[in-house]
Design a protein around this ligand. Structure first.
Ligand SMILES: [Zn+2]
Length: 345
């Protein structure tokens, strides 16, 4: 047993080192983000990524849901754009390369550089401006999360915000503007992220989008009944449209525990959710993310420096090099390429 364990561990270490590991959802602190070059208080910074063999991450320009008036929309748009510019400026073009396309990410990885990607979280940031996706794409953003917590003018959220006056449902899924926003995202070559969106909105977006939709940070409702998770009907639709579910490291999405108790969720729980999704819709439609610095962090994967722990948990369940490559980045690269290819010239 001891021999098998040590041998197996060595295999997982080599496997991790050989894999293009991409975390598809990482928050940054805003305003006043700490220097990512220094080992600091965040779960993700460049020293931790290097130590943990995390080769690339999508850093998100997260915009909290606020009042849906002209001033609120203008402030949200300004914040998203400033954050996208900041994220791009974190890359130096050499050891850390900003990657605006799947090909650029693969080239960065081949050159031994860390991949820095960006995205926008919360369609609130576009207000009613259908030109926003093309501008964000020009800054290199790879996806837009249609909502956050709280409904916006594009879609209903899986978690309405009562303090903002949200009813359970406002649009019955997507609004008319939300439908046009998806067309604008498709035309710009940006992926549509359906995390945080209500079930009706998610299903409508998956059907409507010309390029496959991605849930960049979520988990399986069949294993943990949380409103942010996707049920089996939603997983089936993701497979049908060629999309992706990225299982994320948020304890409350992975395990239900009595209120007031510490959630013991670990990389084993993440692997359980991966197993469920893979059995249900196939290895080609499942991936991984942390939601670090936005609520993510489980035993065995508390920060970017511990990224090998997740690979080891998956390898221990029999996922081989090909499967682990697909989970960590291969599937995301495939759908990202599809979105790029379908963009209006
Ligand atoms: Zn989120």
């Amino acid at each position: 047993m001891t021999f098998w364990r040590s041998g197996h561990g060595a295999d997982a270490t080599a496997l991790h080192a050989a894999t293009l590991t991409l975390d598809t959802h990482v928050d940054i602190r805003w305003p006043e983000p700490p220097d990512p070059l220094a080992e600091g208080p965040m779960r993700v910074d460049f020293p931790k990524m290097a130590r943990g063999g995390l080769r690339a991450a999508v850093f998100v320009a997260y915009v909290p849901q606020g009042r849906r008036d002209a001033a609120g929309h203008a402030a949200a748009a300004d914040r998203a754009e400033a954050m996208l510019r900041h994220i791009r400026a974190r890359a130096d073009g050499a050891r850390r390369r900003f990657c605006a396309t799947a090909a650029e990410l693969e080239a960065a990885h081949a050159a031994g550089a860390t991949g820095v990607l960006s995205a926008v979280e919360n369609g609130y940031a576009m207000g009613h401006d259908l030109g926003a996706p093309a501008r964000w794409r020009a800054l290199g953003a790879c996806y837009l999360t249609l909502t956050h917590d709280g409904h916006n003018d594009l879609a209903d959220s899986a978690r309405p915000k009562r303090e903002l006056g949200d009813a359970e449902s406002e649009h019955g899924g997507l609004s008319a503007l939300g439908r046009r926003a998806i067309a604008a995202l498709n035309a710009a070559g940006m992926l549509v992220d359906v995390s945080h969106v209500s079930k009706a909105g998610m299903m409508q977006a998956a059907e409507l989008s010309r390029s496959p939709v991605v849930a960049t940070h979520t988990a399986c409702r069949a294993l943990c009944d949380h409103p942010r998770n996707l049920d089996d009907e939603q997983l089936d639709l993701l497979r049908a449209v060629g999309g992706l579910v990225q299982i994320t490291a948020v304890p409350a999405f992975l395990r239900r525990v009595p209120e007031g108790t510490t959630n013991p969720a670990s990389v084993e729980d993440m692997a359980e959710h991966v197993d469920h999704a893979v059995r249900r819709i196939g290895i080609e439609h499942v991936g991984l993310s942390s939601d670090f610095d936005g609520g993510g962090g489980v035993r065995g994967w508390q920060n970017a420096a511990e990224s090998a722990g997740l690979t080891a948990a998956l390898a221990a369940r029999g996922y081989d090099a090909r499967a682990i490559g697909l989970l960590w980045s291969g599937n995301f690269l495939r759908v990202w390429r599809r979105a790029e290819a379908l963009a209006a010239p």
